[in-house]
Design a protein around this ligand. Structure first.
Ligand code: C2E
Ligand code: MG
Ligand code: MG
Ligand code: MG
Length: 281
């Protein structure tokens, strides 16, 4: 039977799969060198405080400028980085960059903008001493622990094997805030948010998009916001693209919003030019 299976597998291994496998191998090889070759860059997307109407946070989003391929999207290389474990090194690079940036904005411009970084479940799995290293860097930079917020995904909360409860508790003890990204796309419930002491919930952009087309979409967002608030969790709407969506979310009491309506993710110099002003005394 094994032989038969093997033959079947061979049978299904088409030239396009061969091409894909070759492409993947090349990608992995290039990914290994990308940090040393300084091919990564962080882009920043402003997060707007809906009541105060100002930028108070930013999400750091990684960009890979490949010397031959040009811009490779994170949707393409993050999964590969996760499968190969390279995400650990990349994730640490992201944290260090973001922390250094936050420190620079504070010391040079007197501006406090919380930076959110995305942390993959794999990074929790392979944590090791990473968390204490991160805390040490924050102390070294004299940053408040809430200068960096960590975005996690619902899948992480559902995987009991990684000791997530304890790990997230140590975040809380250290004062590092946690956001639940892409809320509504997975299987977690609001009860999880309470259990894990999450600070922010990010409504996924698929919900934001539905605000336009059907009234159930509006009811859903309103309900999520009301329930989150009852649990002491603030809400960030993702993927806000129109004034109409903004108005509905603002009326529903949504705390923060992020999306192309305000700004796309922009390069560091662009973000500083637009959002990090020197403080006038
Ligand atoms: P995410 O964390 O949910 O980030 C939001 C994504 O939505 C970003 O895509 C952003 O550019 C995009 N976006 C923001 N506003 C709008 C909008 O109004 N409309 C639309 N259509 N899209 C909008 P991006 O930068 O391509 O990142 C994709 C995903 O890759 C992220 O989703 C995140 O899961 C992952 N990612 C990005 N950077 C990192 C990183 O440093 N580490 C890890 N582990 N994952 C990352
Ligand atoms: Mg995110
Ligand atoms: Mg998201
Ligand atoms: Mg998303």
């Amino acid at each position: 039977a094994a032989k038969e299976q093997g033959r079947n597998r061979f049978h299904y291994f088409t030239p396009s799969m061969q091409e894909y496998a070759r492409y993947r191998m090349a990608l992995i090889k290039d990914l290994r060198n990308a940090i040393n070759r300084k091919e990564f860059e962080l882009y920043y997307q402003p997060i707007v405080d809906m009541e105060q109407q100002r930028v108070c946070k930013a999400e750091a989003l990684i960009r890979w400028v490949h010397p031959q391929r040009g811009l490779v999207s994170p949707g393409e290389f993050i999964p590969v980085a996760e499968e190969t474990g390279l995400i650990n090194e990349i994730g640490n690079w992201v944290f260090e960059k973001a922390a250094q940036q936050s420190a620079r904005w504070r010391t040079q411009f007197g501006v406090e903008i919380q930076i959110s970084i995305n942390k993959s479940p794999i990074q929790f799995r392979d944590e090791g001493n990473t968390f204490s290293d991160w805390l040490a860097l924050l102390r070294h930079l004299e940053l408040a622990s809430n200068a960096i917020c960590v975005e996690i995904t619902e899948g992480l909360l559902l995987d009991a094997s990684m000791g997530v409860t304890d790990k997230l508790l140590s975040y809380r003890d250290a004062g590092i805030q946690v956001s639940l990204d892409d809320f509504g796309t997975g299987y977690s419930s609001l009860a999880y948010l309470k259990k894990f002491d999450i600070d922010y919930l990010k409504i996924d952009q698929s919900f934001t998009r539905n605000l336009e087309s059907d009234s159930d979409g509006v009811a859903l967002c309103e309900a999520i916001i009301v329930m989150a608030h009852k649990l002491g969790i603030k809400v960030i709407a993702e993927g806000v693209e129109t004034q109409f969506q903004h108005d509905i979310l603002a009326n529903a009491g949504c705390d923060f919003a992020q999306g192309y309506l305000y700004s796309k993710p922009v390069s560091l110099p662009e973000f500083e030019r637009l959002y990090v002003y020197p403080v006038d005394h």
